[in-house]
Design a protein around this ligand. Structure first.
Ligand SMILES: [Mn+2]
Length: 204
């Protein structure tokens, strides 16, 4: 699909939102419903989901979500105190990557997948500003399945921005955002189905 098709489909130009120390772009219907349903099913079945855990004071604490790491280089990647070696891209991941690369004008070489099984799964305040990603990394976040709340919080002013990331949506974070804003997906008491989030990155 060309960028022009994308614009006409959304009925307007994708709009970058400029915030203090960063910018983001949110496209709720980046994937149409058929594409989104197909990708969601394929990712549920074909990804090697793992229950990783963190070692804290000699105890193994499982993360409240499943994770997987795919990419095209064999540099290990560290986050939240664990190190992962990437698995090789599969067809679904390559298809998604291709579609977002076009819009983002960036060649991604890795993707971190998180699977939130229900409202009790979550990720707490953090940044995607690992050293491997360099200065001002562009992060493309794709969402399938249940809608979950996504919150951004400025480190200094504590200003908060809240988005509802829905099935088939794309969020791109860029500029200084990762250095100044933390983000989280909080737990929810609402009954929610599974959600899969993919964050495409460039490891230097
Ligand atoms: Mn993150």
């Amino acid at each position: 699909m060309s960028q022009l098709d994308l614009f006409s489909q959304a009925d307007k130009q994708p709009q970058w939102i400029s915030i203090n120390n960063g910018e983001y772009l949110y496209l709720p219907n980046f994937f149409n419903i058929e594409e989104a349903n197909r990708h969601f099913k394929a990712l549920m079945n074909d990804i090697e989901w793992k229950q990783e855990s963190m070692n804290m004071y000699g105890r193994n604490i499982p993360f409240p979500r499943l994770t997987a790491w795919y990419g095209d280089n064999d540099k290990p990647y560290s986050f939240s105190g664990i190190t992962l070696a990437p698995l090789k891209w599969n067809e679904t991941l390559l298809k998604i990557k291709q579609k977002i690369q076009h819009l983002a004008e960036t060649s991604f070489n890795s993707v971190l997948l998180n699977r939130y099984r229900n409202g009790n799964d979550s990720i707490s305040w953090h940044t995607d500003a690992e050293k491997e990603l360099g200065t001002n990394p562009l992060i493309a976040s794709v969402n399938f399945g249940a809608t979950r709340k996504f919150q951004l919080r400025h480190r200094e002013s504590k200003e908060k921005i809240e988005l509802e990331l829905s099935h088939g949506s794309l969020l791109i974070m860029a500029g200084e955002l990762q250095h100044y804003w933390q983000h989280q997906v909080p737990k929810t008491k609402k009954v929610v189905n599974e959600r899969i989030n993919l964050t495409f990155r460039v490891i230097k």
